[in-house]
Design a protein around this ligand. Structure first.
Ligand SMILES: [Zn+2]
Length: 192
């Protein structure tokens, strides 16, 4: 007779092995050397899954989905390494007016001016977003995550009409009725 206990043990062991394998092979992180890429005027693009960006964990209501990025590298006339960045994503946040979910489309284009020291920092044009190069290499994930964090509105909101919606109108009607009743009650009391 077939023993189901063996099947359960087999499946549990299989799941444990898969979990350990997952821990041993974390998602490959892409590190880049901006100066070298700028020298060759390179251009890289790709996408990252939102659930791999840990600093967004507490902000996003839904971690499914992707953020698209497009980065091109160059030097400006004064020798500053530029990273022209574009990020695009649709994120689900909590509306701070009605506390329901709100889908926010993000598209952000930025010119990052990379600097290593105060001399380079002084040379940055006003329209550059400063990007400190602590090390030779930077992680694409960190750069994209930074840009996405900067692009997410501090107070996400629906537009007014969507925010109030049908539920809001129901509450409004109930409140109006309650107010009408209380006004009647007051009228009655004043007559007594
Ligand atoms: Zn709302």
């Amino acid at each position: 007779m077939f023993n189901f206990n063996y099947l359960i043990i087999f499946l549990t062991v299989k799941r444990c092995i898969a979990k350990i394998r997952g821990l041993m092979q974390p998602e490959q992180r892409q590190s880049i050397n901006p100066l070298r890429l700028a020298k060759n005027k390179e251009h890289i693009k790709g996408s990252l899954s939102l659930d791999s960006l840990t600093r967004l964990e507490d902000i996003l209501l839904d971690k499914h989905g992707q953020v698209q990025y497009d980065l091109s590298f160059d030097f400006d006339a004064s020798g500053i390494c530029l990273i022209k960045s574009y990020i695009g994503a649709a994120v689900l946040l909590q509306c701070q007016r009605c506390l329901k979910s709100v889908n926010i489309e993000i598209q952000k284009s930025t010119v990052l001016g990379a600097y290593k020291d105060s001399d380079e920092f002084k040379k940055l044009e006003d329209n550059y977003e400063p990007c400190q190069l602590d090390e030779e290499f930077i992680l694409v994930e960190k750069l994209v995550e930074d840009e996405l964090l900067l692009a997410i509105p501090l107070i996400p909101l629906h537009n007014n009409k969507k925010c109030i919606g049908e539920d809001g109108l129901k509450v409004l009607n109930v409140n109006n009725k309650t107010n009408a009743f209380s006004a009647l009650a007051k009228l009655k009391d004043s007559k007594v």
